[in-house]
Write a protein that binds this ligand. Structure first.
Ligand SMILES: Cc1cc2nc3c(=O)[nH]c(=O)nc-3n(C[C@H](O)[C@H](O)[C@H](O)COP(=O)(O)OP(=O)(O)OC[C@H]3O[C@@H](n4cnc5c(N)ncnc54)[C@H](O)[C@@H]3O)c2cc1C
Length: 379
């Protein structure tokens, strides 16, 4: 076994959670090493919409974390000269009960810390040319949300951290054992004063008993991507629609929500069965990312379901207007989720902290979670 260098902080996992922790630690001047068992990050962090989405977070601490994360994202993206879309989000509505929820939320939201407004039909059409006009009642616009290009950004952030902060990355290196301060792969060993495990949906390799006791589960999401849209065609704000209003906890505060949920479950139970809602974002190269569905359980079905893709396309086709909706890529992603907590932060042994399962909000929350962990755990 070869002995490697000693670091202040060792991080397992080079997804967005690991990168965000590395950034927070390196900014404080600590020496940092990040391990990932893959040759390049290939987990949830490169499989998502790239939406930094404070509008979905419940008001209070989680919204504050999302807004802080967004601030750090902007700082990093500007510094690393990475493309992103600061175009906000638009929830478009075509049914009266959807409009009621969106209007109610837009009315109470500013007092809760959100920056969003109700737009009538014409207001929506001024904001975007990417939605269907027939039956459109209006929408809720928020200027806060950002979209990044997940695969490009995640890869580039590792380079940025290496170049600007001398963070050491070891890809293709699975960590098999941690006995703090010692961190081991199959054939190498390092030492670190603090070890942070951001291993995403891997619950079996490190501290399996701690993961088992924590009660985490996995969530599988099916996703699609179109070919690049015609040169110059812009989505504008990232899009969501009525089904999304029943999905994010932010909207739970609306008194009009139960009636909308009831109507959807009676009229289209297939959307509830597969946890489908319709989100659309755009890469800097023009492709549209479309999704998603939610299947819960520790055992993840390796096969995608054609039925789910068809339902998602039917729903998204009802509100999205884009020059080319032919599908060029299909994939699925898996994230870890805790049944109650917005994310898990737990010390299995002294000197080691597991930080995982920001659920469907890892791109939105990770930078602020990283800052928080480093502030508390690495004093
Ligand atoms: C389809 C999909 C769409 C989503 N859309 C959004 C969105 O638009 N906005 C948003 O905010 N969130 C979104 N999310 C959620 C977000 O992507 C996740 O919360 C986030 O990526 C989790 O990051 P992570 O670093 O914990 O996990 P991952 O990205 O999975 O990274 C974990 C890494 O740890 C490595 N690893 C594991 N074990 C070891 C080991 N023993 N040794 C070395 N390396 C190890 C793995 O190889 C992996 O690279 C989406 C998720 C999915 C799946």
């Amino acid at each position: 076994m070869t002995s490697g260098r000693t670091f202040d902080i060792a991080i397992v996992g080079a997804g967005i959670m690991g990168l965000a922790h590395a950034y927070a630690a390196a900014k404080r001047g600590w020496s940092v090493i990040v391990f990932d068992r893959s040759l390049r990050a290939s987990g949830a962090s490169i499989r998502n919409f790239g939406m930094v989405w404070p509008i979905g977070q419940p008001h209070g601490t989680m919204l504050e974390l999302a807004l802080r994360s967004r601030q750090i994202w902007q700082e990093v993206l500007e510094c690393a000269k990475l493309p992103y879309r600061p175009d906000g989000s638009l929830h478009v509505v075509y049914r009266k009960d959807e409009a009621e929820v969106a209007k109610e939320f837009a009315e109470i939201a500013p007092a809760l810390g959100y920056e969003c407004q109700w737009l009538d039909r014409d207001g929506v059409l001024e904001r975007t040319g990417a939605v269907r006009e027939d039956g459109l009642l209006g929408g809720m616009f928020s200027p806060v949300e950002l979209t990044v290009d997940p695969p490009r950004t995640i890869a580039a952030l590792a380079d940025f951290l290496t170049e600007q902060f001398h963070v050491v990355f070891r890809f293709g290196c699975a960590i098999t054992h941690i006995d703090a301060p010692v961190v081991e792969s199959a054939d190498e060993r390092w030492q670190a004063s603090r070890v942070i495990v951001c291993s995403g949906a891997d619950f079996e390799t490190l501290f399996p008993a701690t993961y088992a006791a924590a009660g985490l589960t996995r969530v599988k999401l099916q996703m699609m991507r179109t070919a690049p849209q015609a040169r110059g065609w812009q989505l504008g704000p990232a899009l969501a629609a009525g089904l999304t209003l029943r999905f994010y906890p932010a909207f739970e505060t609306c008194k009009t929500l139960p009636a909308l949920k009831r109507r959807i479950s009676e009229e289209t139970p297939e959307y509830d069965r597969w946890g489908i809602h319709g989100l659309v974002s755009q890469l800097s190269t023009g492709e549209l990312t479309l999704g998603d569905s939610h299947e819960y359980g520790l055992a993840v079905d390796i096969f995608n379901k054609q039925e789910i893709d068809e339902l998602m396309l039917r729903y998204i086709g009802g509100f999205l207007y884009a020059p080319d909706l032919s599908i060029a890529q299909r994939w699925y992603g898996v994230y870890a989720k805790h049944p109650e907590k917005p994310y898990l932060s737990i010390d299995p042994v002294p000197g080691v902290r597991i930080v995982t399962s920001p659920g469907g909000s890892g791109m939105t929350l990770s930078f602020a979670i990283g800052e928080r962990t480093i502030g508390e755990f690495c004093r």
